[in-house]
Design a protein around this ligand. Structure first.
Ligand code: AMP
Ligand code: GLY
Length: 437
């Protein structure tokens, strides 16, 4: 099959890596893989096209010109910009929701409205349109305070703090962003605080049927012991040995299926992956957030464990045929990924540092290395070019084994000034619950 993947992160590299590994499987042998814009790692197995991922017409024209039979849109920004709509309008099956359905991620106030209509358990929330309303809402809920920018904010939109003044300042900053000023009706969501461990569950949908993948957990804080600032995610693992039995069924029945039905009822069916971010609170399972795309770095571990060919699954979702898909098959071992980040991440990052040792890491059985912020400099040297640079992924017989291998891989990678967490999946591998909040 000819497949075009949109995006340039380790999540997209993971997707392309899964497609490339299907050669010789029931999915029909080797695929012809394309990516836009991609990255140097993706470029090792796919043709790269320098097309603006946010330009729906350009993406649709590219997909048409290469004869793509499936387009997979990875990141949220192109989805919210309507890239999937443009591809579908060109008559090409596309995995990813249209702009209207992607509002489940693009607007937290919209997501709250859908959850309320579908009776989905989530944090109580006030949608505020000025700082006075925010102050009232903070006082109504009490500390810890949770303040969220309504719109896409690249992982920087949420502040959880005991400091009321910091909560107010974050709200004021959200109201003052250029985007908020441009649309004239900025909103800030203030929520009750949710305690308990967090879980990410990807629920595939074709607009009506829901097929869950395996639960995973990511580590959002920059430093060990969940200290330091929030990041896009510093590592992940799957499975979650400590998660309650029946969690996936509960999430499908009480959260994903009602949400998909509500979106269809509104005339904006959601086809793609509904990323359900959960808190397992002392009062039950609650939705922390919806995303309209695969999570990064959770995708790196979930796809490593998926035994059914990914292209078969995503094409069925894109074609509205998930009900006919045979039950998914999973490897019953474990996967861990550790993110290697640039000097300064998640603050001001340093780019242009040389990266070596990837081949040595991949020489370890069960280890592969996915690219995110990498580039080739003028003489072809691989260098860092972003905050999260690499995702070192390992499959092992259990979490302890996968974790040991992942860190053995990280030890082979040399990137001056880089940092990574040393405690990814440590508690879970030792049989304890990971909070990872
Ligand atoms: P979001 O962008 O909504 O996923 O929020 C980012 C992170 O902030 C989540 O993964 C949680 O760790 C934290 N968070 C968000 N909402 C809440 C909440 N209501 N209570 C506690 N933590 C939260
Ligand atoms: N790992 C968190 C996210 O993808 O949003």
């Amino acid at each position: 099959m000819k497949i075009l993947v949109i995006g340039s992160g380790a999540r997209e590299h993971a997707i392309v890596h899964s497609f490339a590994a299907e050669a010789g499987t029931s999915a029909g042998g080797a695929h012809e893989l394309h990516a836009a814009p991609g990255n140097p790692g993706i470029g090792e197995v796919a043709a790269l096209h320098p097309v603006d991922a946010l330009d729906g017409e350009a993406v649709a024209a590219l997909a048409t010109s290469i004869g793509a039979e499936l387009v997979v849109v990875g990141p949220e920004a192109p989805l919210v910009a309507g890239v999937a709509d443009a591809v579908r309008a060109a008559g090409i099956p596309c995995f990813g929701p249209g702009a209207e359905a992607a509002r489940l991620e693009g607007s937290k106030a919209f997501a709250k409205d859908v959850m309320a209509a579908a009776s989905v358990p989530t944090a109580l929330a006030h949608v505020c349109s000025d700082v006075d309303q925010v102050a009232d809402a903070l006082d109504a809920f009490g500390a810890p305070y949770v303040v969220k920018d309504d719109g896409l904010a690249a992982g920087k939109g949420v502040v959880v703090t005991d400091d009321r003044q910091a909560a107010l300042e974050h709200a004021a900053a959200c109201f003052a962003t250029p985007r908020a000023a441009a649309d004239g009706e900025a909103q800030v969501v203030v929520e009750e605080y949710l305690d308990g461990p967090e879980v990410s569950l990807f629920c595939l949908s074709d607009g009506s049927t829901v097929v869950p993948l395996a639960p995973a957990q990511d580590f959002k804080r920059a430093l060990d012991d969940d200290a330091g600032p929030n990041t896009g995610g510093m590592g992940a693992y799957s499975p979650l040995p400590w998660a309650p039995e029946g969690l996936t069924d509960e999430v499908v029945t009480r959260i994903a299926q009602p949400t998909i039905e509500e979106m269809a009822r509104r005339g904006t069916p959601f086809a793609g992956v509904l990323y359900v971010g959960l808190a397992l609170t002392s009062r039950g399972t609650r939705v922390v957030e919806f995303n309209a795309r695969f999570g990064d770095p959770e995708t790196q571990v979930v796809l490593t464990r998926l035994a059914t060919p990914l292209s078969t699954v995503l094409l069925a979702a894109a074609r509205g045929a998930l009900a006919d898909l045979p039950r998914l098959r999973w490897h019953d071992d474990a996967a861990v990924t550790v993110v290697v980040a640039s000097h300064g991440y998640p603050g001001t990052v340093r780019s242009g540092d040389p990266i070596t040792g990837i081949a040595d890491a991949e020489a370890l059985a069960g280890v592969h290395v996915l690219h995110a912020g990498t580039a080739r400099d003028g003489d072809g040297t691989l260098v860092s070019a972003g905050g999260r640079v690499l995702s070192v992924v390992a499959r092992g017989s259990d979490l302890a084994d996968a974790r040991r291998l992942a860190y053995a891989g990280v030890d082979q990678v040399v990137l001056p000034g880089s940092h990574h967490r040393t405690d990814i999946a440590a508690k879970a591998a030792a049989g304890e619950v990971e909070l990872a909040g």
